[in-house]
Design a protein around this ligand. Structure first.
Ligand code: SF4
Ligand code: SF4
Length: 404
């Protein structure tokens, strides 16, 4: 069955109020997790989704090749539980992600799946394993505030339903990595890294990119493994911390808002939640969310350690950061001989980096490298020029994000 934007959301939420289900689960013992996941999906009104759609892709957080006990990745028992529920109704279940570095290499990807326990789960479920780098599609996202098209894994687009199985962790850049952030894994391989280079100086731009991306994946529902989360220096160097819940929702923003509140964060202090709420991706206001099952006050975690907010990119001195940015990312160049001065590029530039003219003038410091100017110019007057380092690394062979 084909979906349209927002279709899954309206399918499970005929009324206006978003629903987030919380179920308690104190360990990763398989039967307990299966019961908690099944109940959460049922309470959230999501079980019928599996009855109506055939091809289901499980998208856990497989950030790196770590064992489940490290709490860096979605625990395999949660992936297995979701897959077991889906398999009761859906005829085809797949599992995959795009882990940084490992996703580009089939051997490393197989090793990561083994170490995280995902391979055994896929085998028990009879689920096909997909590597997101295998096939990439460009999707338009006209409603995006900053980024209006993305290259995402074909497997994500081709699934009837994506079950986004996030892990509750701190994140140095986004404060929390939950349902909205976990969808970043749908952007394959090095393309993810380039988004970090584009936006790492500016948390707001990065968060807005994540919200734009999430809005371009309308066929997703969301489950969160918060049995054991990660406090402190998440998403990979923090401390595992018992939270004891599974969450489920059709609304990624509402799910993140509830998860944030459980660990003591004001939901709107998380940029992806605030921007996602403003943009209509979902609802971040707790008083407008219907919580089914366990209530927040029953499972609040005291003294959750925040992240210090430092990340590797910020450790690089800013002049070197600017140089790297210029070398790794294409810069739009405007050809005077072809430009008609129509102004389409100026109007579409959400970063206000262009001043009208023939050709327009670029303020490179403001440019977020979304390449919408390149996409919109019907006179082919906008070229993308890569630095020497990008050529050496072969980045010029990747299609720019906005080009169709
Ligand atoms: S869209 Fe193309 S032709 Fe129009 S002003 Fe921009 S560069 Fe010139
Ligand atoms: S100048 Fe072009 S690439 Fe830069 S922000 Fe504006 S539209 Fe995007």
């Amino acid at each position: 069955m084909k979906y349209t934007a927002g279709m899954l959301y309206s399918f499970v939420m005929p009324n206006d109020r978003p629903v987030v289900a919380i179920t308690q689960c104190s360990s990763y013992e398989q039967d307990a997790v299966l019961a908690a996941v099944q109940t959460a999906l049922e309470l959230a009104g999501l079980l019928d989704i599996f009855k109506s759609y055939r091809k289901v892709l499980l998208k856990p957080n497989l950030l790196s090749s770590r064992s489940p006990e490290d709490a860096v990745t979605t625990h395999p028992s949660v992936v297995e539980a979701v897959g077991t529920v889906a398999s009761q109704f859906s005829s085809e279940v797949l599992v995959g992600d795009s882990p940084p570095f490992a996703g580009e290499n089939p051997v490393k990807y197989a090793a990561l799946l083994q170490n995280t326990g995902t391979l055994d789960v896929a085998s028990r479920l009879g689920a096909k394993v997909v590597r997101f780098e295998e096939q990439v599609l460009q999707v338009a996202n006209p409603s995006g505030r900053l980024y209006r098209s993305f290259e995402i894994a074909a497997a994500v687009r081709e699934a009837d339903v994506v079950v986004n199985i996030a892990k509750l962790k701190n994140h140095a850049l986004t404060k929390v990595t939950g349902a909205v952030k976990n969808l970043f894994g749908c952007v394959p391989g090095i393309r993810k890294g380039l988004f970090h280079v584009r936006a790492a100086d500016d948390r707001q731009v990065f968060a807005q990119m994540l919200v734009d991306l999430a809005s371009s994946i309308p066929n997703a529902i969301h489950v969160m493994d918060a049995v054991i989360g990660m406090e402190g220096e998440g998403p990979s160097a923090g401390k595992p911390r018992q939270v004891g819940v599974i969450l489920a929702s059709a609304d990624p923003v509402a799910l993140d808002a509830v998860a944030s509140a459980i660990v003591g964060y004001e939901p709107m202090s998380v940029d992806t939640t605030r921007l996602g709420d403003e943009q209509g991706l979902g609802c971040g206001r707790l008083d407008s969310i219907e919580i089914r099952g366990t209530q927040i006050n029953e499972v609040v975690v005291d003294g959750w350690l925040p992240s210090s907010g430092t990340n590797d990119w910020k450790r690089i001195p800013s002049p070197l950061r600017r140089l790297l940015k210029r070398q790794l990312l294409a810069v739009p160049a405007f050809r005077k001989d072809r430009c008609t001065g129509c102004g389409d590029c100026v109007r579409i530039c959400a970063a206000n980096a262009l001043t009208a003219g023939k050709p327009p003038k670029l303020d490179l410091a403001k440019c977020i490298r979304c390449y919408c100017c390149h996409e919109v110019c019907s006179s082919f007057a906008v070229e993308l020029r890569y630095g020497t380092l990008a050529h050496i690394l072969g980045l010029h062979r990747l299609r720019p994000s906005c080009r169709r």
